[in-house]
Design a protein around this ligand. Structure first.
Ligand SMILES: *[C@@H]1O[C@H](CO)[C@@H](O)[C@H](O)[C@H]1NC(C)=O
Ligand SMILES: *[C@@H]1O[C@H](CO)[C@@H](O)[C@H](O)[C@H]1NC(C)=O
Ligand SMILES: *[C@@H]1O[C@H](CO)[C@@H](O)[C@H](O)[C@H]1NC(C)=O
Length: 314
C-alpha cells in the first residue's frame, strides 16, 4: 500500500520538469544540488530537516542533514548525518547529482568523486528527505535503493535502528568534523559498547569493564543486535539495556549523539526547533572514566563543578 502511494506520488512529480531542485523535499534523476547555490537544499515536507552542503571549514563543505531552524543557523546548525566527513569538498564546482544510472554521486571540482551510494536501477529513481531525518533513494517501484539511516555518522534519530555492523563514530572536535576515536557498536558477544579506538590504544569504557556483562545488566544471548529509541523517550537494546529519558512525550525533538568527548547523550528540545538542546540522559556520569579524556591533550582537569559544562556539548 505504501509502495502504491509512493508510485502515485512519483508519477505525479515525474511529469514536471526537473531542471530546478531548489528547496524541495526531493531530487529527481538527472538533476543535482550545487554547493554554490545556498538555496540548493532538500527540506523535508514538514520542514523538520534540511539536507545540503554544510560548511566545515575554509572553503570546505560536507553534504549533510541537519535540523532545520527558523532562523538561519549557518555553521551552527545541528547536524545529524554527513556523507563524507573525512573528505570535504571544495566551495566551487562541487555538486550532488542523481545520475540516470541511479547512482547518487558527490563530485568535487575536478571532477573527483568524493562519495557515492554505488546504486543502480534500470527504472527511475528519486531521492527524498523525510520528516524523520532519513534521506532515502527509491526506485520506480518504491523499493529503497539506499538510505542514510543505514549509514549513521555520530547520531541516531528516533526509530532509527543501530544494527550489527553499524556504528556511531564521534567527530574529532566540535569544530573539526572528521571521524574521531570513540565508537558505539555491538561487540561480537552481542553487547552494545562504547570503545576508544585510538592510534596507540584501544579500550572499552562502557559498560564499565570492571564488571562482567551480566553484572552490568547485559545479556550476551540475543544475537539480533539491534538498538533504537522511540520518539516518546525509551531506548532499548537487544542486550537488555534500556533507559527512559527524563522528559516524556512525542512533542520533543530528540537525538542520541556520540559526542566529541566520548560520552553518549540523548538530547531533547521543544518541538518547533527554536529552543536549546537539553541533555536528558548520558551514558557516563563520571566523564573522567572515559578513555583518553584524562590523557595527553586532555579535556580533563575536571573539578566536580565542571561536569555542568557537559550540557554545552552538542
Ligand atoms: C553561530 O554561533 C556563534 C557563537 O555562538 C555566533 O557568534 C554566530 O553569530 C552564530 N552564527 C549564526 C549564523 O547564527
Ligand atoms: C518505556 O519504558 C517504561 C519504563 O521502562 C515502560 O514502562 C513503558 O512501557 C515504555 N514505553 C514504551 C512506549 O515503550
Ligand atoms: C532479541 O532482541 C529483539 C530486539 O530487542 C527482541 O525483539 C527479541 O525478542 C529478543 N529475543 C530474545 C530471545 O530475547
Amino acid at each position: 500500500m505504501a509502495a502504491l502511494l509512493f508510485l502515485l506520488l512519483l508519477l505525479s512529480t515525474l511529469s514536471s520538469p526537473c531542471s530546478s531542485s531548489a528547496s524541495s523535499d526531493s531530487l529527481s534523476m538527472d538533476s543535482s544540488l550545487s554547493v554554490e547555490n545556498t538555496d540548493d537544499l532538500l527540506t523535508s515536507p514538514g520542514g523538520v530537516f534540511s539536507a545540503g552542503f554544510f560548511p566545515v571549514g575554509d572553503n570546505a563543505y560536507v553534504f549533510s542533514i541537519w535540523f532545520s531552524s527558523e532562523a538561519l543557523c549557518g555553521s551552527n546548525c545541528t547536524v545529524v548525518w554527513m556523507a563524507n566527513r573525512d573528505q570535504p569538498v571544495n566551495g566551487k564546482g562541487s555538486k550532488l547529482s542523481l545520475l540516470k544510472s541511479g547512482n547518487l554521486v558527490l563530485t568535487d571540482a575536478g571532477p573527483i568523486t568524493a562519495w557515492s551510494t554505488n546504486t543502480v536501477t534500470r527504472s527511475s529513481a528519486k531521492l527524498y528527505l523525510h520528516d524523520n531525518g532519513n534521506l532515502a533513494l527509491y526506485d520506480m517501484e518504491g523499493e529503497v535503493l539506499w538510505q542514510s539511516f543505514d549509514f549513521p555518522t555520530d547520531t541516531l534519530l528516533p526509530e532509527q535502528p543501530l544494527f550489527k555492523d553499524m556504528q556511531l563514530v564521534s567527530s574529532t572536535s566540535k569544530t573539526y568534523y572528521s571521524s574521531g576515536f570513540y565508537k558505539l557498536y555491538f561487540d561480537t558477544d552481542n553487547v552494545l559498547r562504547l570503545l576508544y579506538d585510538g592510534p596507540e590504544a584501544s579500550s572499552i569504557y562502557w559498560p564499565d569493564p570492571e564488571f562482567m556483562s551480566w553484572e552490568a545488566g547485559r545479556s550476551t544471548f540475543n544475537s539480533t543486535r539491534v538498538a533504537f529509541f522511540n520518539s516518546l523517550r525509551n531506548f532499548s537494546s537487544s542486550d537488555g539495556f534500556t533507559f527512559t529519558a527524563a522528559d516524556y512525550g512525542d512533542r520533543w525533538q530528540r537525538r542520541l549523539k556520540l559526542d566529541v568527548d566520548g560520552n553518549l547523550r540523548l538530547y531533547s528540545r521543544g518541538d518547533g526547533g527554536g529552543g536549546t538542546w537539553v541533555v536528558s540522559w548520558q551514558a557516563m556520569t563520571q566523564t573522567c572514566r572515559i578513555h583518553g579524556v584524562c590523557g595527553p591533550s586532555s579535556l580533563c582537569n575536571y573539578d566536580p563543578g565542571s561536569e555542568v559544562r557537559l550540557s554545552s556539548f552538542n
